[in-house]
Design a protein around this ligand. Structure first.
Ligand code: UD1
Length: 334
């Protein structure tokens, strides 16, 4: 069984990917500092995997942690690097926190990979690198626009750093909007504090834990006036990581650095999401239309045909399934 180091492996996307790795016969090794998740995720994973995953409490910025992991687990075939901060608004307020963790953490990881002789990495990038696109859907050859936030800048810088590292093979995945949860409800999205993303806020609000949702802007140039995004089920996203990892390990990668859009290819407005949520769950979300949120793009969705043609990956789950699973997860929270 090949060891795969998963930084941020107790986070939302990380935990679902750990499960996919285990199911595919890999040995995932989690490194997480619990900065935006909690240790209880290990219990959910243990129930799903039938064994407790290997877990190291530590920080990607700490160079000592990697030697400790390798000495205890043996050689690592590849790294899947999730550990990063991801709140766009917070990144504007605290840019250095984002550059330190997202850029500094990647550099520390790459230095350690060189030292430990690890050449393969799957990198979490984002559709945010496209900024406000000139045309939709966006493909991998659409222009990378100036970043609208320090968070977006950290993703662009991460891509550049990886392209410059001649001894590293990278699968760079540009995610669109990951939502949903494992259908068991044993793992899901559990941001600490008030969620800034749509779905965790929506489900917590419908559960009575938050005030009504504010829809950020109802006067956009879209059919119903609200922003359009490409929502993708986190389990589909986890499977994309598996496909990217296999491509790294079987040597079928084309060049040192490859980038793939990971989305469904469909866009939905905020109001469409709320309608779909009501249709799936029978719960009526309370909301009000508020002002636009700084930094939001009007509409973006993926041309994911490159991932289909070259990675052999395609999103299988639709919006209803995503919302059903997100609500199921929310209902299982105490
Ligand atoms: C943002 C980033 C994305 C990043 C993700 C991670 C940009 C352009 N996008 O996605 O790259 O990976 O965060 O956190 O930087 N909305 C509401 N009310 C709310 C919350 C959200 O109406 O309370 C709306 C937003 O205006 C947006 C949609 O819901 O239209 C999705 O928002 P969100 O879930 O925050 O994700 P993005 O901003 O699209």
């Amino acid at each position: 069984m090949k060891n795969i180091l998963v930084t941020g492996g107790l986070g939302f996307i990380g935990s679902h990917t750990v499960l996919s790795l285990h199911e595919a016969g890999f040995n995932p090794i989690i490194l997480d500092n619990l900065s935006n998740t909690n240790i209880g995720v290990l219990d959910g994973l243990e129930k799903l995997m039938g064994k407790r995953p290997v877990f190291f409490l530590g920080d990607v910025n700490d160079p000592a942690v990697y030697g400790e992991i390798v000495s205890k687990t043996g050689s690592i075939a590849a790294v899947i690097h999730f550990a990063a901060f991801k709140a766009v608004g917070e990144s504007v307020q605290q840019p250095l926190k984002y550059y330190r963790n997202n850029v500094g953490g990647l550099i520390s990881l790459l230095e350690a990979m060189k030292k430990e002789g690890i050449a393969n990495v799957v990198f979490s990038s984002s559709c945010t690198v496209y900024g406000e696109p000139d045309a939709v859907p966006v493909s991998e050859s659409s222009p990378v626009k100036p970043a609208a936030s320090p968070y977006g800048a950290t993703k662009q810088m991460g891509e550049t750093i990886l392209q410059d590292c001649a001894d590293i093979h990278t699968q760079c995945l540009r995610y669109f909007n990951p939502i949903g949860a494992h259908p068991s409800g044993l793992i899901g999205e559990l941001p600490l504090g008030v969620p800034s993303n749509l779905i965790p806020y929506l489900t917590q609000s419908v559960a009575g834990l938050r005030p009504p949702l504010t829809v950020h802007g109802g006067d956009y140039p879209t059919p119903d006036g609200t922003c359009i995004r490409d929502y993708i089920h986190v389990c589909d996203l986890a499977e994309a990581h598996l496909a990217a990892l296999n491509r790294l390990l079987d040597g079928s990668q084309n060049g040192r650095f490859e980038v793939f859009n990971i989305g469904t290819g469909h866009g939905n407005s905020v109001l469409e999401v709320l309608q779909a949520f009501q249709a799936v769950t029978g719960m009526v979300p309370a909301y009000e239309i508020g002002p636009r949120r700084a930094g939001d793009v009007v509409a973006v969705w993926a041309d994911a045909s490159k991932a289909t043609n070259q990675l052999g990956w395609k999103a299988k789950r639709g919006l209803s399934e995503m919302l059903r699973d997100a609500w199921n997860w929310q209902q299982k929270q105490a």
